[in-house]
Design a protein. Structure first.
Length: 110
């Protein structure tokens, strides 16, 4: 089964660098594949755009990991984000308040 979804999410960062907000809103387009009868995706990708409270923009591409987490990579950004292009995080779902929104925590991997 294939699922495509657009969400408006909250991303909470674990130990954000100085000058970065502890949380941002992100709009994401998700593409997921599921094996018949399985709740865990077999794979997927996501493209997200985020605008932080300072008006700075961050663009991410990510892939779903076998353990159910997501690994977004910053591919473009303005302001503080521009120095972090190429940075990766591991995202873990904390809450799903609706079918079109989720709350994630993110921990840097590099």
């Amino acid at each position: 089964m294939h699922v495509q979804n657009t969400t408006n999410d909250v991303w909470i960062y674990d130990n954000p660098p100085e000058g970065f907000p502890p949380a941002i809103n992100a709009t994401c387009n998700w593409f997921l594949g599921f094996a018949a009868g399985q709740e865990q995706p077999i794979g997927g990708s996501v493209t997200c755009q985020a605008v932080d409270p300072n008006g700075e923009i961050a663009l991410f591409n990510g892939t779903f990991q076998p353990d159910g987490t997501v690994m977004p990579v910053l591919i473009a950004g303005t302001g503080n984000w521009s120095a972090s292009i190429g940075a990766k995080w591991i995202g873990v779902t904390q809450n799903n308040p609706s079918a079109t929104s989720s709350v994630y925590t993110f921990t840097p991997t590099n």
